[in-house]
Ligand binder design. Sequence first.
Ligand code: ADP
Ligand code: MG
Length: 584
Amino acid sequence: MGKIIKISGPLIVADGMQDVKMYDVVRVSGKGLIGEVIELRGDRASIQVYEETSMLGTGEPVTSTEQPLSVELGPGLIGGIYDGIQRPLEALAAISGDRIDRGVSAPAIDRKKKWAFVPTVKKGDNVIAGDVIGTVKENEVVEHRITVPFGIGGVIEKISSGEFTVEQVVAVVSDGKVKHDVTMLQRWPVRKGRPYAEKLPPIEPLITGQRVVDTLFPIARGGVAAVPGPFGSGKTVLQHALAKWSDADIIVYVGCGERGNEMTDVLNEFPELIDPKTGQPLMKRTVLIANTSDMPVAAREASIYTGITIAEYYRDMGYSVAIMADSTSRWAEALREMSGRLQEMPGEEGYPAYLSSRLAEFYERAGSVKILGSTERVGSVTAIGAVSPPGGDMSEPVSQATLRIVKVYWGLSSALAYKRHFPAIDWLVSYSLYSDRLADWFTRNVDAQFTAYRTEISKILQEEARLDEIVRLVGMDALSPRDRLTMEAAKSVREDYLHQNSFHEVDTYTSLKKQFKMLKLIVDFYFQALRALDRGVSVNAILKLPCREQIGRAKYVVESDISALDGIHADMTRELAELKKEDE
Ligand code: ADP
Ligand code: MG
C-alpha cells in the first residue's frame, strides 16, 4: 500500500508503490476512487484518477487492485449507457457527473439478471478459444454468442441449458490437467486489442444511406474514416446519421467530451429511434459511452479504449460493428493534459510525442478479421472518428496524425455549412481509398453501371470547379452553352443529390437502389441535354423543362415507391426528345 505525496488535478503521485505494474488499477484514499498507474519511477507511481480529486489530501492511502483497467463483457451490454470506464449511467441526470458518487463502482453488467442459455455444443466436444458454445437472446435484435475465453481450450466436460446469471457456470472445459469453469462474463484489459486469426482485406462497403458517403466516398466494413471539420460544420449530425442508418449489426457510440448538451441530445434521441430494418428501437443494437467535457479528463482518455474493446467483443461473435468517436480531438486534449501534468517533454502544440502512435493504436483495432476458433467466421469493426481542429486549421497535430492513418476522409467545410449545404463534405478535398476495391461490389450488388455514373458526377463536379474560375474572371456570360449546361448539371448534383437533410423523414436515408436511380436521373439528363444542344436546342429551353423540378424532388420519394423514379426518367427522356431546334 502506498501514500499520496502530490495531487495535481486528475493526476496524483504516490510513493511506496514498488509492487504495482504500469496500467494497474488502484483505489485511492478511503473513498476508493478509481485510478490507473500511468508512470512508474522507483517506488513512485503517477496515477490518473477517473474521478474528481479535489477532496483528496497527501498521506491518504493508495492500494493496487493488481489488475489493468478492464471492461466487463457479457449479455446486457447492448442498450447500456456507460461512462468512460464503463460505469453505467442510469439516468440522463447522471450525465452532469454529480449523480455518480465518488468511489462507487456499480457493476457494468447486471449480476442478478438471468439469461436463457442455449448450448450449441455438447459434452465431449472439442473446443478452442473463440468457439461459440451457446447463445443467449440479448434482446429481440441481438443474439449474444457465448465463446470460449482466450487462453482456454479442451473437451467440454459439462454444459447446461437454462436460466443463468452472468456469474454462474454454464460449461466446464477440461484441457486434461485443469477444469475451467466458463461463465457468460468475461473481462478484458481495454488497452489491449482482442486477438483474431487474420486480418482480411476490406471488400464490402458499410452502407450508410448517406448519398455523398455511399456514392462518392464509401467506407468499407472494417475500414477507418475521419470526419474533420470546424465547429458547427456538421460532424455530430453526420456521426448520428451513421449510427442510425449504417447497416452494421452493432453500434458503439463514444461521445467523447463534446459539449454537454450534445451528449444529452444523444441520450434523449437514441432511445426514441426506430431501426428501419428491424422495426425495433435502435438502442437494441447500440452501446453508448458518454463523456461530456465536464466529466473527469482521465475518464475521457479511457473512453475510446472502453468503446473499441466492446466493439471487438461483438466482432468476435461474428458481427459487423461500427464505432463512432465524437470527437477524437477532445480525447487528444485529455491525453495532452495528462502528459502536461506528468511533465513529459511536449511535442507539437503541447501534445505528447506519442500522440500519433496512440491514435494509430486505436484505429488499428478496426478491421475485418477472421475470428479465432475452429470454424471459419468473419467479423468486423469499422471506426469513424470526428476531428475538431481549433479554428478549422487542418495543419494542427491531431488532424495531421489522423490523416496519416485513416483511409477515408470526409472533410467538412465551413463554407458549405455556411451555405447550409449539408452534409458539408467537401467533394473536392475528400477521398476514400476503398473506392476502387469496392467498385466490384457495387457492380455486382447495385448495378453494373454504378461506378460509371459515380465517375460521371465526380467529373461534373471537377469541371464545375474549373469553370467557376473562369466565371470569376470573366463572368457567366462568357460560358458556352455547353459549359452552362455543365454548370447546371453540377448544381443539380450538389443540390438534388449530395445535399441531404438529416432531419427530413424521407431524405435522411437513401437506399443504394434509390441512389442509383437518382444518379441516373441527374447524369442522363445532362447527357441527353447535351445531345439536344447538339441538335440546336437552346439552353434556356432545356432548363425550363418541367422534369427538372421532378428531378429535384426525387430525393423525397419514399423507398416503397422508388419505381416512380423510372417514371420521372421516362418523362425526362420524352421532354428532351420533343424539344425542337431553336429556329423551327
Ligand atoms: P459540429 O459537431 O461539427 O460542431 P453539428 O453536427 O452540431 O456540428 O452541426 C451543426 C448544425 O448544422 C446542426 O445543428 C444542424 O442545424 C446543421 N446540420 C449539420 N448537418 C446537417 C444535415 N445533414 N442536415 C441538416 N442540418 C444539418
Ligand atoms: Mg459536434
